[in-house]
Design a protein around this ligand. Structure first.
Ligand code: ZN
Length: 419
């Protein structure tokens, strides 16, 4: 995952343009992607698809021709979606166009002007303070023209039509935790799901933030009825503990599955309620759509001070954190995928487990009755009203133990699945 992030890091992405396409080209080597292009100017819900932005070079050079701000050194140096500029101006004239982080004088901030005609540069506050008065050459060799917004989907069909939505934004330039870590997580999660049989279907969206989810929602109303819930993938690589942001209802099966997996992970974690602020869960969960979309991250949106600055770099995301976030997503989705509701076919008194061969089937060490206890929980609560995950939560047992007990009971015909 870290190697993929390294490969994607230099590409100058924005909400629409070649950077997104180059990124999808690379991801397309690893997972099958269906790509869509939506023309600039297309109305999407209350928004309009913007023009595409492409950039070759940008710099501010001093009187000696020395580049004092250089896009080629770091793409964050240019305000994303800056209109083209070729000018000479004094430092005083240029000054309002220069953005810094005075509280972190060695970091370059990330700024955008997606929906207004503007331009600017971002630099280290320390470098700004070192600029001499005088005349500067200012060049932004960019184009902001009609083109299209690009997004991609990877659909992984399962036994059932019911879908889990997995979404990540793909619009940030050289920024790692937000959001190359989400892209790497999405790609490796898709590879895992492609590699195994699934009950549920999965739909992975690789979209520019906000305008991308709005565009997808505007075009895919017919898909929504199959979506059982979803997760927005981002900030997957910093060293902070796992952090789950609940869905809008806070009580959907996606919430239950993720929180169950965290409770039984043995690792520190935090859970917080939904708020209409953050990433694309805001769009999926807007009241007209009301999809149950949560987000399992490490340190959340905006809560790390490297956020949207050059300090969110390749060192800020760690392979061990990325691997752990991936494993936790796999654990949560395995629960969601393996859940189901069953009916006890021998509900009058407990069935005699030994007579049905269940002791042998469950094995277990002598004196260890945990497998038998799991069987008794499944038998008692398989009344058609409780899913296996609800039973696991109520029993305080890991989902895998309850699932295993249900499989053993299914094998001997003591329970049946309810559609
Ligand atoms: Zn961001």
């Amino acid at each position: 995952m870290h190697r993929l992030i390294e490969r994607l890091y230099p590409i100058c992405r924005s909400v629409a343009g070649e950077g997104v396409r180059q990124t999808l080209d690379i991801l397309g080597e690893m997972i099958p992607l269906e790509r869509y292009e939506v023309p600039s100017g297309t109305p999407v819900l209350d928004w309009t698809v913007p023009r595409e932005w492409n950039i070759r070079d940008a710099y501010v050079a001093d009187a000696a021709g020395r580049r004092v701000i250089d896009f080629r050194a770091l793409n964050l140096h240019v305000v994303s979606h800056s209109v083209p500029v070729r000018a000479r101006m004094s430092l005083d004239e240029l000054r309002p166009r220069l953005h810094t982080l005075p509280e972190f004088p060695d970091r370059v901030p990330h700024r955008t002007s997606y929906f207004s005609e503007d331009w600017g540069f971002c630099l280290r506050h320390r470098d700004l303070e070192a600029l001499e008065p005088g005349e500067y050459e200012v060049v932004i060799d960019s184009t902001l023209e009609d083109g299209s917004l690009t997004y991609a989907e990877c659909v992984i069909p399962g036994e059932r039509r019911d879908e889990v939505l997995l979404s990540t934004h793909i619009c940030h330039p050289s920024l790692c935790n937000d959001n190359l870590s989400g892209i790497a997580l999405a790609t490796f999660l898709a590879r895992h799901l492609l590699d195994r049989p699934n009950q549920l279907s999965y739909r992975l969206l690789l979209i520019p933030g906000t305008i991308g989810s709005i565009t997808w929602l505007a075009r895919n109303g017919d898909k929504l009825e199959h979506i059982r819930g979803g997760l927005v993938l981002s900030t997957a690589g910093d060293a902070g503990p796992l952090h789950y942001k609940r869905t809008r209802s806070g009580a959907s099966e996606i919430d239950r599955a993720v929180i169950h997996s965290l409770v039984h992970s043995g690792k520190p974690y935090d859970v917080r309620d939904f708020e209409p602020y953050g990433y694309d869960e805001r769009q999926y969960s807007s009241p007209g759509f009301g999809l149950e979309v949560g987000s399992l991250t490490r340190t959340p949106y905006g809560r790390f001070d490297e956020y949207h600055s050059s300090a969110d770099d390749l060192d800020f995301v760690q392979p061990a954190s990325l691997a752990d976030t991936l494993a936790q997503h796999i654990a949560a989705l395995e629960i969601l995928d393996g859940d189901g509701t069953y009916r006890n076919l021998c509900p009058f008194g407990e069935p005699q487990l030994g007579r049905h061969g269940l002791y042998a089937a469950l094995g277990g060490r002598k004196g260890d009755r945990s497998a038998e206890v799991a069987v008794l929980w499944v038998l008692n609560f398989s009344d058609g009203d409780h899913s296996l995950l609800e039973i696991a939560d109520r029993a305080g047992l890991p989902f895998a133990a309850i699932r295993k007990a249900a499989d053993a009971l299914l094998d001997v015909g003591l329970i049946e699945r309810i559609a």
